[in-house]
Design a protein around this ligand. Structure first.
Ligand SMILES: O=C(CO)COP(=O)(O)O
Length: 257
């Protein structure tokens, strides 16, 4: 059975103090023996180190929101895989829609980042998802195929073992317009079939596919209860412990059912 992953993407939010307070509350809530659910927080770069210290000894893991593919050198403003590991990251988000659509990242860059992160020993959450205009033009599956093919070009199954996929329809991110359970399940099913076709059916059965986009306490259980939804990537509702913990609790409830 696939283990739920509930991840908080803090984006460009929190101060050091509010981030530490939030991380402390999550660490207190998630014991080191957490069984059916993995919990991850992705703070802004400057706070990763402090947040890693805050959650150490708990089941809460830390990830970064992006990484650069080069190992080091003259790349002003970028951070490397080794730097992230050095400050306690186990995971990194790659290809988030805000990186794609605000910063203009393309699949080729995303692919280089995925390769570098996995080669360097980080687990990757590769984010994919269509714009509203693409959904309305019945292009959702074609967009997902393109992003998967581009992002995972030349990545072997053994490398893909370190990968989690996050389906985040762009129109659902930060809008309060959550995908219906049917829309989410249909996209996740399509992504799993893509993995089965490009790797193996056995591997497709194991890989985790998270849903992201306006996940809240009141819709988490229905979304996470879908057969192909293995967790959530949460933005706004991950910024307050009393909004995020009920989402983790929904996963715990389903995992123990
Ligand atoms: O982009 C997201 C997580 O990566 C989703 O953000 P919201 O949960 O705020 O819609």
């Amino acid at each position: 059975m696939r283990r739920y992953l509930v991840a908080g993407n803090w984006k460009m939010n929190t101060t050091r103090a509010t981030g530490e307070e939030l991380a402390g509350a999550l660490a207190a809530n998630a014991s080191a023996e957490e069984a059916g659910v993995e919990v991850l927080v992705c703070p802004p770069f400057p706070y990763v180190s402090a947040i890693s210290e805050k959650v150490s000894g708990s089941a809460v893991q830390v990830g970064a929101q992006d990484v650069y593919f080069e190992a080091g050198g003259a790349f002003t403003g970028e951070v490397s895989v080794d730097m992230l590991k050095d400050v306690g990251c186990q995971y990194v988000l790659i290809g988030h829609s805000e990186r794609r659509h605000v910063m203009g990242e393309c699949d080729e860059t995303i692919n280089k980042k995925v390769k570098a992160a996995i080669a360097g020993g980080l687990k990757v959450v590769l984010c994919v998802g269509e714009l509203l205009s693409e959904r309305e033009a019945s292009q959702t599956e074609a967009v997902l195929d393109r992003q998967m093919e581009g992002g995972l070009a030349d990545i072997s199954e053994s490398d893909a073992n370190h990968l989690v996929i996050a389906y985040e329809p762009v129109w659902a991110i930060g809008t309060g317009v959550v995908a219906t359970t049917e829309q989410a399940e249909s996209a996740h099913d399509h992504l799993r079939k893509w993995v089965a076709k490009h790797y193996t059916a056995a591997f497709a059965d194991q890989i985790r596919i998270l849903y992201g986009g306006s996940v809240k306490a009141d819709n988490a259980e229905a979304l996470l209860g879908q057969p192909n939804v293995d967790g959530a990537l949460v933005g706004g509702a991950s910024l307050k412990a009393d909004a995020f913990i009920p989402i983790i609790d929904a996963a715990r409830k389903l995992a123990s059912a």
